[in-house]
Design a protein around this ligand. Structure first.
Ligand SMILES: [Zn+2]
Length: 388
C-alpha cells in the first residue's frame, strides 16, 4: 500500500472534506452558508473575516485554506454539535467546519484557526485559547486561581467555571508571552501527558517549570484582562470622532452597508445592530439618545487591572458594563446601559455604543428608516434639533 505524500505513513488517512452545503458567501478567509432564509449581513461577514486575519497577524501564521462556517439563528439547537457535546451548545468546531450561532462565532473561529497547530492539545489550553481570543473581558479573582493546576489535565466539558479559569489563564499567557509562544505551548501538549512531561515543555518553551508557572500566575496575574481582537470593545468597530461637545450618527442601516450586523432570531425575526467606538474626552454628565428601537453602551477596559483599581460603576449598573458578557453578541436592551437613561455620568475613556432596529420586512428587502444616535455633553444644544 502506498503512503499518501502529505500525511505521514503512520497517520490515519484524512477524511475527504465535505462542506456543510453550497457556500453562499465567500470572504478572503471564509466560505459561509446559513441555516436561515434571511441574508447574512456584510457586517457579520466582515467581522468574522477580520477575526481570522487578526489571529493570523498575531501568530505570524497564515491559514492555507478558507475556513468553512455554517451559521444558525440564536438559540437554535445545532444538531451537528450534539455528536460532540452532551448538551445543546451555541456553537462547535467539528473539523473542518464551524457550526455556530452569532454569539459563539468568534470563539469557534479561534478553534478553527488553532486546529492546524494541533488538533488535540491539552483541553484546557484548547478552550482557553478560544475563550481568550473571542473578544470578551476575562476576570478571575485571587483565591480562585489556585485551582488551575487541578483543571490542567481534565477535559473542560461544558463546565463554565473551568472555561472561565482556562480563558483567564490563557489570556494571561498571551499578555506575558505573546501569541507565538503561547501557540508553541499549545502545539507541544496533548491529553494524557504527565505532569513531568508538561513541566519539561514549560521549561523548554517558557523557561519556567510547571509549578513556577502556576505560582507566577496565581500571584502576578491581574484580576481583569481586556478583550482582544476585532470583536472586543473599542476594537473592530467604526470610530466616531468627538467634535466639541459630542458625536452623532445618522443613517440607514442595511444588510449590505459593510457595518450593520444582523442578529438572526430563532423565530425568524432579524435585528440590525451597528456599533461605534467613541472616546469620551472628559468625565462629565452626558445625554445619550437614539431614535432606534433600542441601544446600549459598554465601557471598554483598555488595560489589565485589579478589582481594587476598577473605576466605580455608574449607579445601578451590573458588571456587564465592562463587557464581561459576550460583547460581540449585541447586548440585549437593559443588559447593559439603556441609551435612554439620560443624563448619565460618563468617565473619560473608550466606549462602544450600539443601536438596534428590529425588522420583519428584511426578507422583502425593506429596511428600517434612518436612525439617529448621539452622545452629547449635558446642557449642550448642538443636537437639540434631533431630539424632537
Ligand atoms: Zn470551545
Amino acid at each position: 500500500m502506498s503512503c499518501p505524500i502529505l500525511a505521514g505513513c503512520g497517520d490515519p488517512p484524512l477524511p475527504p472534506f465535505e462542506p456543510p452545503s453550497e457556500s453562499q458567501y465567500s470572504t478572503e478567509k471564509l466560505e459561509v452558508a446559513s441555516d436561515f432564509p434571511a441574508e447574512l449581513c456584510s457586517g457579520n461577514l466582515a467581522l468574522m473575516d477580520a477575526q481570522l486575519r487578526w489571529l493570523e497577524q498575531e501568530a505570524g501564521r497564515e491559514l492555507r485554506e478558507p475556513t468553512w462556517l455554517m451559521m444558525y439563528p440564536d438559540d437554535a439547537t445545532i444538531d451537528a454539535c450534539l455528536d460532540l457535546e452532551s448538551e445543546p451548545v451555541a456553537g462547535c468546531w467539528d473539523a473542518p467546519v464551524v457550526h455556530t450561532t452569532w454569539g459563539a462565532a468568534s470563539h469557534e473561529l479561534g478553534h478553527a484557526y488553532a486546529h492546524p497547530v494541533r488538533a488535540r492539545p491539552l483541553n484546557l489550553l484548547q478552550e482557553g485559547l478560544a475563550e481568550a481570543t473571542e473578544g470578551t473581558v476575562h476576570g478571575r479573582m485571587r483565591g480562585s486561581r489556585e485551582k488551575l493546576g487541578d483543571y490542567l489535565f481534565e477535559p473542560v466539558g461544558t463546565n463554565t467555571t473551568v472555561y472561565e479559569a482556562a480563558g483567564h489563564f490563557v489570556r494571561w499567557l498571551l499578555e506575558e508571552y505573546g501569541m507565538t509562544t503561547t501557540l508553541e505551548m499549545y502545539a507541544r501538549t496533548r491529553p494524557g501527558m504527565s505532569e513531568a512531561e508538561l513541566s519539561a515543555v514549560c521549561e523548554d518553551v517558557l523557561g519556567v517549570a510547571r509549578e513556577g508557572l502556576l505560582a507566577g500566575y496565581v500571584t502576578d496575574a491581574k484580576d481583569y484582562y481586556p478583550g482582544v481582537g476585532p470583536f472586543a470593545c473599542g476594537q473592530g468597530a467604526e470610530a466616531l470622532e468627538w467634535h466639541e461637545d459630542g458625536v452623532s450618527w445618522e443613517g440607514e442601516m442595511s444588510c449590505d452597508d459593510g457595518h450593520s450586523i444582523g442578529r438572526y432570531l430563532a423565530n425568524g425575526e432579524v435585528e440590525f445592530w451597528r456599533r461605534w467606538r467613541v472616546e469620551v474626552p472628559v468625565t462629565a454628565m452626558y445625554e445619550v439618545t437614539t431614535s432606534a428601537d433600542g441601544g446600549a453602551m459598554t465601557r471598554c477596559l483598555t488595560t489589565p487591572i485589579d478589582e481594587a483599581s476598577l473605576p466605580a460603576m455608574v449607579d445601578g449598573l451590573e458588571h456587564d458594563w465592562w463587557g464581561f458578557g459576550p460583547l460581540y453578541r449585541p447586548p440585549g436592551i437593559g443588559t447593559q446601559v439603556p441609551l435612554f437613561q439620560a443624563p448619565i455620568l460618563l468617565e473619560a475613556g473608550v466606549y462602544d455604543f450600539w443601536i438596534a432596529e428590529r425588522t420583519d420586512e428584511h426578507l422583502l428587502g425593506e429596511y428600517p428608516p434612518a436612525s439617529i444616535m448621539y452622545v452629547e455633553a449635558h446642557g449642550a444644544r448642538r443636537f437639540a434639533s434631533l431630539r424632537a
